[in-house]
Design a protein around this ligand. Structure first.
Ligand SMILES: [Zn+2]
Length: 472
């Protein structure tokens, strides 16, 4: 899909992980049921006055720095005309004239190809309330509910230049952006916080079309693919691609027309008179910068250099900050290759199967250390080690307790010998077949030993001992 002069730009809204809302002290916790965290400010009552949450400015500066933006020395807010029930004061407080950050970039990779995406600006704005259409969509629902818990939740909006040429590039960018925000500790993917994008898409000879309301990183690729195909089909039939705003419907995976695009003048921006301008000093910027942790790209390179890891393994470890941090704790005590392989294969496979992030699984690094140690000392079979990981991922528990309770360590010599004698004695036919040279019979006997031992027998060791016993 990289022909036809495709140009895509993204405007991505990220809900920030703060305790309270952007312009009032209401909690951002939305789990208490609709309209439980509201006040005169986030309900937009006449005479109410906003006050800026300093944490949001700090987070926006942090995000701007991580995206290599220039930071403006002043924070100012503006009112954007917004006449709709989810914004009860009829304007949205946003930043128009001066964003927090400008002229940044983010490098993404697609295969071996690295691409630089230019960031035009990063600014702060408030989220509108949540609208729920019951029994249909906006045109067909029986009635509509509004939940003002979301009104005033802080957002940062990140606007890129039209640098994407394919939907895949846009998806990679969003994945990387999300990971960075997570590393910065300003966004939590396991919470209810959302990432939503509006995309501007044009193909050669057509006007720019804006597609609104694309949720998450998975939705972006689908929405863009659909819209590009729609525009190409119009072009093929000799029709004009007109400038308009469309909405993405994720359940039907289509975009449909909402309205002709408004001009900037239609928003009637004015500077917000209820909020004073805030100065951003060099000292403040330096202080925030010193608080930025090592970001994924840098960490990956360091892991490759310092621990001698392959690129794919290092990449897999840095997908989550907590996973990378615990890896570094564990390699102080354990073999690097074994630890890295085990964490990126066994552990991640089990996490993925349970649809959990490492953080969500809530595992203690000492538990992992215990299992890795058993593997290093050859005290547990691969099969039981896998079982152990599954158990602690499904329900966090000290693995040494499980091992003790369920007697999961490898059978030692005499225990294994007893099991093997029992299997040989009760399987005459297989023993005779093996004596006649049938390899399959030996596999059967090993299988019986494994089964009887409950996974505690080491298959190679059992095989060796069975042969020895039978040939005696
Ligand atoms: Zn409030």
């Amino acid at each position: 899909m990289n022909d036809d002069g495709i140009k895509i730009g993204l405007e991505t809204h990220i809900q920030l992980d703060t305790e309270s809302k952007l312009f009032c002290g209401c909690s951002t916790d939305i789990s208490d049921g609709p309209n439980s965290h509201t006040c005169e400010t986030c309900l937009g009552m006449p005479g109410s006055k906003p006050r800026t949450n300093g944490k949001v400015i700090e987070y926006a500066i942090k995000a701007s720095l991580a995206l290599n933006c220039d930071i403006n020395d002043m924070v100012r807010f503006s009112r954007k005309t917004y006449f709709y029930p989810d914004m009860s004061k009829n304007f949205q407080i946003t930043q128009h004239e001066i964003p927090v950050g400008e002229d940044g970039e983010l490098k993404t990779r697609l295969g071996n190809h690295e691409k630089k995406i230019r960031i035009k600006r990063l600014h702060i704005e408030e989220d509108p309330a949540r609208i729920i259409h019951k029994g249909g969509d906006i045109t067909s629902s029986d009635y509509t509910l509004i939940d003002y818990n979301r009104a005033g939740i802080p957002l940062i909006e990140i606007v890129t230049k039209p640098d994407f040429r394919t939907p895949e590039e846009a998806r990679r960018f969003l994945q990387k952006l999300t990971k960075i925000m997570e590393y910065l500790g300003i966004y939590d993917p396991s919470s209810d916080l959302s990432i939503k994008s509006d995309a501007n898409i044009s193909i050669e000879g057509g006007e720019r079309v804006e597609v609104k309301n694309i949720t998450g990183t998975r939705g972006i690729e689908k929405a863009l693919k659909y819209e590009i195909t729609r525009q190409k089909n119009l072009k093929k039939r000799g029709r004009n691609i007109e400038r308009e705003t469309r909405a993405y419907n994720s359940s039907q995976e289509i975009t449909r027309s909402m309205r002709q695009k408004e001009s900037e003048a239609g928003y009637g921006y004015i500077l917000e008179p209820d909020l004073t301008k805030l100065e951003v000093t060099e000292e403040k910027i330096e202080e925030i910068e010193s608080d930025i942790p090592e970001l994924p790209d840098k960490k990956r390179l360091r892991f490759m250099e310092e621990h001698g890891l392959k690129k794919e393994i290092a990449e897999s470890l840095v997908t989550e900050k907590e996973l990378a941090d615990d890896f570094e704790k564990l390699v102080k005590k354990h073999d690097t290759v074994l630890t890295a392989n085990w964490m990126t294969k066994e552990l991640k496979k089990t996490l993925n199967y349970n649809d959990l992030t490492y953080k969500q699984a809530d595992l203690e690094s000492e538990w992992l250390s215990y299992i890795i140690n058993l593997l290093e000392q050859n005290e547990i079979t691969g099969r039981n080690a896998e079982k152990l990981v599954r158990r602690i991922v499904e329900k966090p528990e000290d693995p040494s307790v499980i091992v003790e309770k369920e007697d999961m360590l490898k059978a030692d010599g005499s225990e294994l010998e007893d099991i093997i004698m029992e299997v040989i004695d009760s399987n005459d036919e297989a023993v005779n077949d093996f004596k006649k040279g049938e390899e399959g019979a030996l596999n059967f006997l090993v299988g019986q030993v494994m089964k009887k031992s409950g996974g505690k027998a080491d298959p190679r060791e059992s095989r060796r001992m069975i042969i020895k016993k039978i040939e005696k």
